[in-house]
Design a protein around this ligand. Structure first.
Ligand SMILES: Cc1cc2nc3c(=O)[nH]c(=O)nc-3n(C[C@H](O)[C@H](O)[C@H](O)COP(=O)(O)O)c2cc1C
Length: 359
């Protein structure tokens, strides 16, 4: 029995249990296609897409691969209006707009819509092998329709409680997202503090508490990490940060530079860029907002205000307002193509697991 054949690889119809994380705006169709063609599961994060672009990009992706693909959506709740908080936040941000001579401060507007009936209709039309959700699940009628069409459903848990909720809702596999993970915390039914659990503790507890295949995510960048996750009971792994240094990732050069210069202590969880906790490399806005969390409006409005600042500063070569999403293992990233990365991950995992074969 090889390490890479199990219930998860069978149901997803993939050769290796290695999933490239669906990183909204950072994972391109080239990245997803390369990973799927190399035997893993390529994913497309669709949350920041214009609705009308989804189908054409999906069709382009299908021209690049005929292997399984995962499409990913956010399932957040849009925020209630909070005028007092918004005013305090805008006052705080004013100084940056003055510094960059940007005369008009944009309004707080939703930068992404949660998975809705239009998305559902389109998803059923696209009919991918897998759909994954971040921040919980859409309503049970949507789940029913997706399951009727035999599209596999995956979602993220950051606590055992969330994993049990997902299992009871009928998901086919659960991503256990450790606190090391880059990007947004998937937390949806626990407090953010309760979800601050490292993968080594979270993963085996979720494996023991549920009976669907568990996918480990957070801080995995090489075969050692994959082998450890498998030992802890995972049936697969989902890697995000490791793929950000691949040429196929659509990552700003300043973000790439920050990744290559980062150290293990330089990432932190912040609400500064989107209004929802996410892990990124520390920069000016992250630092400035550290003690002002209470005035940051809820996801997903903040991005509309931060974006013009990110552009203006980046033009001057500064990453001060860019969301430099990255997990705690970013310093172990390798600058290789995504095809090469998947090949390395397979080779490394195989050679480590061989060491233990006869013991
Ligand atoms: C740049 C970036 C963007 C992300 N965007 C998404 C997303 O759109 N949807 C999602 O389900 N997860 C997203 N994630 C989280 C990943 O699915 C995963 O939990 C995480 O990357 C695992 O930790 P690692 O980055 O240490 O590998 C993102 C992660 C990163 C680094």
């Amino acid at each position: 029995m090889t390490w890479f054949k199990n219930t998860l690889t069978k149901s997803l119809n993939i050769k290796y249990p290695i999933i490239q994380a669906p990183m909204a705006s950072a994972a391109s169709i080239e990245l997803a296609a390369a990973v799927s063609n190399a035997g893993g599961l390529g994913s497309l994060g669709l949350s920041y897409y214009k609705f009308e672009d989804i189908l054409s990009d999906y069709k382009s992706l299908l021209r690049k691969t005929n292997h399984s693909i995962n499409l990913n959506f956010f399932t957040h709740k849009n925020p209630k209006k909070n005028d007092i908080q918004a005013k305090k936040y805008m006052n705080e941000m004013q100084k940056y707009f003055s510094e960059y001579n940007i005369p008009i401060i944009p309004n707080l507007i939703n930068t992404t819509e949660p998975f809705n009936s239009e998305h559902l209709e389109l998803l059923l039309k696209m009919n991918p092998k897998v759909v994954s959700f971040h921040f919980g699940l859409p309503n049970s009628n949507y789940i029913k329709s997706i399951k009727q069409q035999k599209i596999l459903i995956i979602s993220t848990a950051t606590t055992v409680k969330e994993a049990k909720i997902l299992e009871d809702s009928g998901v086919d596999a659960i991503i256990a997202q450790g606190f090391e993970a880059g990007g947004h915390r998937g937390t949806f039914a626990s407090s953010y503090n309760e979800g601050e659990i490292g993968l080594f503790s979270l993963l085996p507890q979720i494996v023991d508490a549920t009976s669907v295949p568990i996918i480990a995510a957070g801080g995995i960048t090489n075969g050692r990490g994959i082998a450890a996750a498998l030992m802890l009971g995972a049936k697969g792994v989902q890697l995000g940060t490791a793929f950000l240094s691949c040429p196929e990732a659509t990552v700003h050069p300043l973000w790439k530079k920050a990744l290559s210069e980062s150290s293990e202590k330089e990432t932190r969880i912040t609400k500064a860029f989107t209004g929802r906790p996410a892990r990124g490399i520390v920069n000016r806005l992250l630092n400035d907002m550290e003690n002002k969390k209470d005035i940051i409006p809820d996801f997903p409005t903040v991005g509309s205000v931060v974006k013009p600042l990110a552009h203006a500063a980046a033009k001057q070569g500064k990453n001060d307002f860019l969301s430099l999403w990255a997990g705690q293992s970013a310093p172990m990233n390798r600058n290789v193509t995504s095809k090469k990365l998947v090949e390395l991950l397979i080779k490394e995992t195989s050679s480590i697991l061989k060491l233990y074969k006869n013991t």
